[in-house]
Write a protein that binds this ligand. Structure first.
Ligand code: CS2
Ligand code: MG
Length: 418
């Protein structure tokens, strides 16, 4: 079975998505997600100019050889653009192979290790009242685990919280007419939007938010929080310790982890579980974090980490240290990338939890997916392959629009992680 065609499909229903579609000489097609929020054109060029021409004529069944060829023949190693492009190829080939075998992709990964995939939703609010409303709405939608993101007094805008009444991160129903109320961090603009930040104000405010949430919703509800790379290690240690009474499921991206040793300091001070890795793109970014058990959850998405083939290897490495998956699943992971995550989630033994921000109505008109969300659990479905189809005509109705993620400046004007 040879690859005959490689098409890069750019579409921007609720936000920009980059999809690779491979077609074989048997007529079987496969889809892969190469979306890199705020840097989509770079992945489009890498795929079109440096990858697609090399795929034509290759045996579509040779997934591992294609992966190693694309990784090593480029000479230059790793990086988000390269690994998103390799991921799109890898996932499209797994989609093809599973369709050729006539079974859902998870069956090729070892079959189901569980009946459903526990998901967490994005609870958020500029105020405690809005936050409580958002948590209740997610519970009504069936979510049994909730991420809590809150505004901070004195800050104009903050990651994960829309200033408006509309709840950040989720619409009441993915197909609802207010889907365009969806929280989307990347803003369609000619330049990255600037937001403000004050770590000390955040550290003073957040423990009180979790105390209020625990008092309102009780001790059992699994609660998560995303620090989004904005603290120093000692600040992360301070927050992790302050949140221990509220028994978080995890504290995510508590400090930038390019310096993996930094997590040793955090680990010394707190037992709050740590999740890291959504901005990482290879096993090398995790080597120390996993081998020294400095984290509890691997946050990478399939889309940004070289695909199913490479993320599976990372998760198998993590399993040796009792570290679990917490695959990244915001709306800037397309339904194709989400489906790939779900097949992996279902098959691996060391599954932890899956992030789930339902896509909006326009996105669902472009990507027809077979995955389901029922009473807090996701399932990829039983269709052969990934279980996602892309309507090329619908995709053509939403042309790419330049969009950038925000960045932070501190009060003195210093640029800071957003
Ligand atoms: C966030 C992401 O979901 C998360 O954990 O960190 O939404 C992140 O802000 C976006 O993926 C950036 O594109
Ligand atoms: Mg995050």
């Amino acid at each position: 079975m040879r690859i005959e065609q490689a098409e890069v499909i750019v579409t921007s229903p609720d936000r920009n998505f980059i999809t690779l579609k491979l077609t074989t000489d048997t007529g079987i097609t496969g889809l892969g997600d190469g979306t890199l929020n705020g840097r989509e054109p770079a992945v489009v060029s890498y795929l079109k100019d440096s990858v697609a021409p090399l795929l034509i004529g290759r045996d579509a069944h040779q997934i591992e050889d294609t992966w190693q060829f694309l990784y090593r023949s480029a000479y230059w190693r790793r990086g988000p653009v390269t690994m998103a492009a390799i991921s799109a190829v890898d996932v499209a080939l797994w989609d093809i192979k599973a369709k050729a075998a006539g079974m859902p992709l998870y069956q090729l990964l070892g079959g189901a290790s569980r009946t459903g995939i526990l998901a967490y939703g994005h609870g958020s609010g500029a105020s405690t009242e809005e936050l409580f409303d958002s948590i209740r709405m997610h519970q009504e939608m069936g979510f049994q685990a909730i991420r809590v993101q809150s505004g901070v007094p004195g800050l104009r805008a903050i990651y994960g919280v829309t200033p408006s009444k509309t709840d950040a991160g989720v619409v009441t129903d993915p197909g609802s007419p207010d889907a365009d109320q969806h929280y989307e961090p990347a803003q369609r603009a000619a330049r990255p939007p600037e937001e403000d930040w004050d770590t000390r104000a955040y550290l003073r405010h957040l423990p009180g938010v979790f105390e209020a949430v625990r008092n309102e919703f009780g001790p059992d509800l699994p609660l998560l929080h995303d620090g989004h790379h904005r603290m120093t290690p000692i600040q992360a240690a301070k927050l992790g310790k302050a949140l221990e009474p509220y028994d978080l499921f995890w504290l995510e991206d508590c400090t930038p982890a390019e310096n993996q040793e930094a997590l040793r300091l955090v680990r010394q001070h707190t037992t709050t579980p740590l999740a890291i890795g959504e901005v990482f793109n290879s096993v090398w970014d995790y080597r120390q974090l996993i081998s020294e058990q400095l984290i509890d959850y691997v946050r990478s998405s399939v889309t940004h980490t070289g695909g199913i083939s490479h993320l599976r290897k990372i998760l198998d490495f993590a399993a040796q240290y009792q570290i679990k998956s917490g695959i990244h699943g915001p709306t800037d992971i397309s339904p194709v990338g989400m489906a790939a995550a779900l097949h992996l989630d279902l098959a691996i033994h060391n599954f932890g939890i899956q992030e789930y921000m339902p896509h909006g109505q326009r996105t669902n008109s472009v990507f027809q997916q077979s995955y389901s969300f029922i009473e807090g659990y996701l399932h990829p479905g039983e269709r052969p392959g990934l279980g996602v189809d892309l309507d090329v005509d619908a995709a053509g109705r939403y042309p790419y629009e330049t969009a950038y993620l925000p960045f932070n400046r501190l009060k003195d004007g210093t640029v800071h992680d957003w």
